[in-house]
Design a protein around this ligand. Sequence first.
Ligand SMILES: Nc1ncnc2c1ncn2[C@@H]1O[C@H](COP(=O)(O)OP(=O)(O)OP(=O)(O)O)[C@@H](O)[C@H]1O
Ligand SMILES: [Mg+2]
Length: 215
Amino acid sequence: MSALNPYRPGLFISLEGIDGAGKSTQLQAVVDVLRAADREVVLTREPGGTEIGEKIRDLLLHQTMRPATEALLMFAARQEHVLQVIEPALLNGVDVVCDRFTAATLAYQGGGKGIPTERLDALARWVHPGLQPDVIVLIDVPPEVAAQRLAQTRQRDRFEQESVDFFVRVRANYLQQAAAAPGRWLVVDGTQTPDSVQKIITEHLSNTLQVVEAK
Ligand SMILES: Nc1ncnc2c1ncn2[C@@H]1O[C@H](COP(=O)(O)OP(=O)(O)OP(=O)(O)O)[C@@H](O)[C@H]1O
Ligand SMILES: [Mg+2]
């Protein structure tokens, strides 16, 4: 049984941060730490992770819509993801590593776009009552740094085209969430080299595993 969340056995870990922070870069390292400890792992992402969820992701990333529509679609995709992928895995003792979860909706649609937190919290209670990640890794970078990284790579989706001000609000919301639950969040300075970021994350998760597996 998970020491952090005693009603289910798998560990639930999510990676968070603004676009270009380095989440995808670090995902495999997270999976590797868990597998090295002989744990079974599912790697997934939000929005997405199911057939319906990936279709909703495509809408969210490419279609103009109101912030409320965006928030509702995020939770619609999340409902399928939780029921089809996340909960079955956790209940079977499989760890789940997820590129973004509900914290991202609070940060982007709440902090970034001004949807009241109470509404998003109500949706979260409806869609995944009692479920939240055991560990949330926030890779924190200033929006200017993230924008510079993205400018050097691929085409930008709808979110990646938002203003620096928008990402300032998203980042601030993430940091507030982390400050409110420091036991659950690991905040890593994402301006360091990928190797340094990886070292901090893997050490933290190794410690978490020691606690979990000692029980
Ligand atoms: N620590 C780092 N230092 C410098 N560049 C980095 C670092 N981490 C990632 N990058 C580079 O920054 C870019 C964005 O990284 P990545 O795709 O991992 O970000 P992301 O958080 O997953 O973004 P998105 O939210 O858009 O999916 C990539 O080109 C990646 O190689
Ligand atoms: Mg990514």
